[in-house]
Design a binder for this molecule. Structure first.
Ligand SMILES: Cc1cc2nc3c(=O)[nH]c(=O)nc-3n(C[C@H](O)[C@H](O)[C@H](O)COP(=O)(O)O)c2cc1C
Length: 185
């Protein structure tokens, strides 16, 4: 698949087959992720691959409870509240793998570096016929001392990008883009 096709057809995937993803494939995705640019070429990222189903279920449960406690009011808060209080809702959509991209908390560009690596990983996954979705619902809890401990991350790390990866059950529908606001100067 060429780059343009991968960019234009990558979609957030939320429905997966039960097929696992082997270490070699995960390693290839991580190798694509680390081709991303990073500030001062520090490459201060780390990748945590979670396949343990009990751990995934625990993170989903804890993250939902934490989100419900800390959800700021906003246009989506009622919808989120309903979703997050549903005990059957798995924030990881039963994906076989969660990969969390973290950086060191003292990296002033932790978010930028990790996000660029995340987009590379998602495009590489698309190119390999896999589906991904960034799970922001997991982010806040993973950043707590309990969340970092669950991932065996040192307290000096900052988890930025929780991405689920799996084999899509069916092609996700297109998600139209709004006309971009562009200022030609
Ligand atoms: C920072 C960030 C957080 C997101 N968090 C979630 C999430 O918690 N759950 C979810 O289902 N999708 C999540 N998404 C996926 C977006 O909903 C999705 O990218 C958006 O609807 C556009 O669809 P597309 O990726 O298919 O183009 C997140 C995306 C980003 C970039």
């Amino acid at each position: 698949m060429d780059l343009k096709e991968a960019i234009y057809t990558r979609r957030a995937v939320r429905d997966f087959t039960v097929e696992e993803i082997d270490d070699k494939t995960m390693r290839e995705l991580i190798d694509a992720a680390i081709q991303a640019p990073s500030a001062v070429n520090q490459q201060a990222w780390s990748f945590t691959v979670v396949r343990d189903k009990a751990l995934l279920a625990r993170i989903s449960r804890e993250a939902k409870a934490y989100m419900l406690k800390t959800l700021p009011p906003g246009p989506m808060s009622h919808h989120f509240q309903q979703l997050l209080s549903n005990p059957d809702f798995d924030i990881f959509y039963h994906a076989p793998v969660l990969i969390v991209i973290s950086s060191t908390a003292d990296n002033p560009w932790a978010v930028e570096d990790s996000s660029l690596a995340a987009e590379n990983l998602m495009l590489a996954a698309r190119g390999a016929g896999l589906g991904t979705c960034w799970i922001g619902f997991a982010q806040k809890w993973l950043g707590t001392p309990e969340g970092k401990a669950a991932l065996n991350l040192p307290s000096t790390y900052l988890p930025v990008a929780p991405l689920i990866v799996g084999h899509p059950k069916s092609p996700p529908p297109p998600v139209p883009r709004k006309e971009p606001e562009i200022h030609w100067m």
